[in-house]
Design a protein around this ligand. Structure first.
Ligand code: FAD
Ligand code: EPU
Length: 346
């Protein structure tokens, strides 16, 4: 690995290992790895032939990506930092955060500064810049509720652009940035954070966890603590065992399909999703097929949570992907339901 440039605002490394940059910890290399510390450098960088002709992959903390092979082009990481309160009228604040900030640190910053809402999204790994990509969500809240605008380098326009919330096409685990992933490099996110908000404690388990903590009048900090405890119990820690959180999205099916499945399998968890659709629990479908805990070499389905694939040590991305394909085929054969991967699969 050779560093070939240390120009103002960015670093370039040739043939760089990505093993330490993805939470599955699978081996992969990038032909060129670019760490950008100054967003102003993007205009210069995207002017270079290498970035015009080679495939560009934007990488955050690598907690929602599976490399099944090396990346033949440029891997670009936004390493920019900064949280700035742009405006605060005592009720709401407009807060602008650079893409490279750590998401969980920002949640703690917000709770610590007296803003409400983000506490349900505590302990989600990754960067602030990646949060809008799949519209991260947990415990009854999605980040889109708090995003005022997203700033991005638009490779089509060759300029920095600002997309208002309504232009981001946010949906369950989806956005315009995910749909047009070659086009946008998110550089900063502007949040609209309320000081007062009805706390969301209705998601299964949150009320019990608050009660176990002896909390009767919850604050955002208490909700964050309860959810952090729940998450730590339920999900394997990527610092200890490689994983990318949920490997599949919960499938959306026609309401009539869900009704038929629920008639046969009354225990199948299901949630209404709009007028005509129902969201089914992928974890339940996978567990019902007998895949929970299944291990093929070092690639496995977590024993804790059926939706999480784990790397017990030396699994490759290709082996994890083969296991994922087997699970998908099993769920399709048994229930006639298609489950889609949540992480980006390279
Ligand atoms: P990466 O994994 O590096 O990238 C993910 C995708 O975003 C890639 O397609 C990448 O190209 C793109 N991307 C990243 N940064 C940018 C940028 N600046 N501009 C343009 N594109 C970019 N997710 C949830 O929604 N809810 C959860 O509860 C949740 N729990 C998790 C628990 C665990 C243990 C783990 C490991 C993951 C979990 N995730 C969850 C998934 C993951 O944390 C999120 O998707 C997170 O936003 C990914 O951030 P990242 O910086 O690691 O992105
Ligand atoms: N379940 C099983 N077997 C399991 C685990 C769960 O049958 O091994 C069933 C249980 O009945 C449970 C239901 O699935 O009640 C839902 O489980 P959980 O509350 O863990 O939520 P999930 O649907 O599996 C989703 C998100 C998570 C998010 C949690 C909490 C997706 C794909 N996943 O998981 O996000 O943290 O809800 O809100 O929507 C991620 O995206 O990476 C992620 C971890």
């Amino acid at each position: 690995m050779t560093a070939i440039a240390h120009a103002a605002g960015y670093t370039i490394v040739e043939s760089a290992s990505l093993t330490g940059r993805n939470t599955f910890r699978v081996p992969a290399r990038a032909a060129l790895l670019l760490d950008v510390r100054n967003p102003a450098a993007l205009a210069e960088l995207f002017g270079y032939a290498a970035l015009k002709t080679q495939p560009v992959l934007v990488l955050g903390e690598g907690s929602n990506i599976l490399f099944t092979r090396d990346w033949p082009g440029v891997v670009l990481s936004m390493a920019t930092r900064g949280i700035q309160v742009v405006d605060d009228d005592g009720e709401h604040a407009r807060v602008r955060v650079e893409a490279g900030e750590n998401w969980n640190d920002f949640v703690h910053w917000a709770v610590g500064h007296g803003y409400a809402g983000l506490e349900n999204l505590v302990l989600i790994p990754g960067t602030v810049g990646a949060a809008p990509i799949q519209n991260i969500g947990a415990y009854g809240v999605e980040v889109r509720e708090f995003i005022a605008a997203v700033e991005a380098w638009d490779r089509e326009a060759g300029a920095l652009v600002r997309l208002a919330n309504a232009e981001c096409a946010f949906a369950y685990r989806d956005s315009v940035f995910k749909q047009q992933r070659e086009r946008y490099v998110v550089t900063a996110v502007e949040f609209d954070l309320p000081r007062r908000r009805e706390l969301r404690t209705d998601y299964a388990g949150v009320g019990d966890e608050l009660a176990a903590l002896g909390i009767t009048t919850p604050t955002p900090a208490a909700v964050a603590e309860a959810i952090a405890r729940l998450r730590t119990r339920k999900l394997p820690d990527p610092a200890l065992i490689g994983n990318a959180g949920s490997f599949f999205k919960n499938p959306l099916v026609e309401r009539t399909v869900a009704e038929r499945l629920r008639a046969e399998h009354p225990a199948l968890p299901a949630w209404p999703a709009g007028a005509a659709q129902t969201k089914l629990s992928a974890a339940w479908l996978i567990e019902a097929c007998g895949f929970k805990g299944l291990r093929e070499g070092d690639a496995a389905v977590s024993e804790r949570h059926a939706l999480v694939l784990v790397n017990h040590g030396h699994a490759t991305g290709a082996q994890l992907w083969a296991l994922a394909e087997r699970i998908r085929a099993g769920v399709r054969a048994r229930f006639g339901v298609e489950i889609e991967p949540e992480p980006r699969v390279v």
